[in-house]
Structure formats: C-alpha cells, structure tokens
Design a protein around this ligand. Structure first.
Ligand SMILES: [Ca+2]
Ligand SMILES: [Ca+2]
Ligand SMILES: [Ca+2]
Ligand SMILES: [Ca+2]
Length: 239
C-alpha cells in the first residue's frame, strides 16, 4: 500500500469521525419555555429543537420544583411514541391544537427545573428531595439530555436538579422568575430572558429569533442597503 493511499484512507476515516461527531452535537435540546403571561394564561409552552424526524423514544420532559417544596415533580410529559417534526421544532403548548402536545397546563411561577430525561420511572407528585436540601434522595431517570432552571432572587434558595442551567431572574422584577426564556442562536445557543408582558419574541414551534445584537446588525445592514440604494439613485439623477 502506497503512502498516498494510506493518507487517503486516514483522511476518509477523519471525515467519517467528523460526521459522527457532528451527529452527536445535534442532540435534542430544550429550546424555549414560557410559563406565564398577563391575564389568564393560555399561551404557556415548551419547545424542543432537534434533528428532523429524530425519535423521542424513551424520553420524558419533567417540571420539578426548585424553591417551593424543592424536588417535587409537578408535571411529567411522556414523549416515548413521538418524534421531532420535519421542521426540527417540537411544541408542547397549553392550548394550541396544532402543537405536537396540547398540555392544558398552567405552570407555577415559582422557580422550576425543566428537565429532558431518558428512562424516567417516576410520576407526577413524586418528591425526589424529601428533606428539601437540594440533594435528591432518588434519581428516577437514567440520564439527563438537557435542562433549564428558571430562577428568581427573593431570599429563598433555588435548587437545580439534574445539572439544569439556571436562567433568570426576570429582567424587570427580579423577585420573579422569567416568564419566557429561549436559546439564541436557535437550538444550541445560550439562554436569553424574554419578557412577561411582551410575547413578540415568542416563537412556539418555530426557530427562535436572533439575539438582539444580531437584530441590530441586521438593521444596520438594512440601513446600509438603503444608503447604497439612495446613493445609486442619486448617482443616476446626477448622471
Ligand atoms: Ca421536597
Ligand atoms: Ca435531599
Ligand atoms: Ca428563590
Ligand atoms: Ca421557538
């Protein structure tokens, strides 16, 4: 075997391993959550991002208290028979009949962990932290896929479970948890805090909006295009 063939084989192996690695990085993520809004809640939702048609077999989404009776499992959603839709965004919405799951659920506005786990064997109403010290006495799942933890600043300790990422508090009234959080860029980006009384950043079931700096750059880009167009028009008038 010539050195050239060996190099070609090594390159091919590297290429295959890169494809495999990129497949791993495309794991399912919790992408957006809204837990409250002005008036009677009807627009609560959580959203997953993943590879189109990716199976959700064996997965569950849990809502676990992080402050009031820490460790109490408030809500459980069994995702086992389901999969990520063709557009890459899975929606569980309080009332929207077009969502993958219609939950009908109104979430507590106290700090809570949203955990995407596999192999869940518990049930809603179970308490994984019976002495409320932040360390679970039982862990009724085999692995955590992703987790986000909505927190506040009110003098009471907020306990994350399953290594969930703390996000919050509300940007205007820190004694409250954020009512809306979302990843930016969509799917893999850092968590951002949205607004309680402004749902214009909400994108239930579709890609999240770009982060503000991107929006700013876009508007600058559009302004630049407008300037260039005006410049061309002026040049045409001058000609
Ligand atoms: Ca507890
Ligand atoms: Ca404990
Ligand atoms: Ca707190
Ligand atoms: Ca979205």
């Amino acid at each position: 075997m010539t050195p050239r063939i060996l190099i070609r084989m090594a390159r091919r192996a590297l290429f295959v391993s890169l494809i495999f690695t990129s497949g791993v990085s495309e794991a399912i993520t919790i992408n957006e959550v809204r837990i409250s809004q002005p008036g009677i809640d009807t627009d609560n939702f959580w959203e997953l991002a993943g590879v189109p048609n990716e199976s959700l077999a064996g997965l569950s989404l849990l809502n676990i208290s992080g402050e009031f009776d820490p460790g109490l499992i408030n809500f459980v959603y069994d995702l086992d028979p389901l999969s990520i839709p063709a557009d890459g965004h899975f929606l569980a919405h309080q009332t929207d009949a077009s969502a993958e799951i219609v939950t009908g659920d109104d979430y507590f506005i106290t700090p809570a962990n949203f955990l995407l786990v596999s192999g869940f064997t518990g049930a809603a109403g179970d308490d994984i932290d019976t002495d409320n010290d932040g360390t679970p006495e039982s862990i009724p799942w085999t692995s955590v896929i992703d987790g986000v933890f909505l927190i506040n600043v009110n003098g009471l300790t907020d306990y994350p479970y399953g290594g969930s990422t703390p996000v919050g508090p509300d940007s205007i009234l820190p004694i409250f948890t954020p009512a809306h959080v979302f990843r930016s860029p969509d799917g893999t980006g850092a968590w951002r805090v949205g607004f309680f009384n402004d749902l214009s950043l909400d994108t239930p079931g579709t890609a999240n909006v770009p982060e503000p700096t991107t929006l700013l750059l876009m508007s600058l880009g559009l302004a630049g295009l407008g300037f260039a167009r005006r410049h061309r028009l002026n040049a045409r008038v001058d000609a």
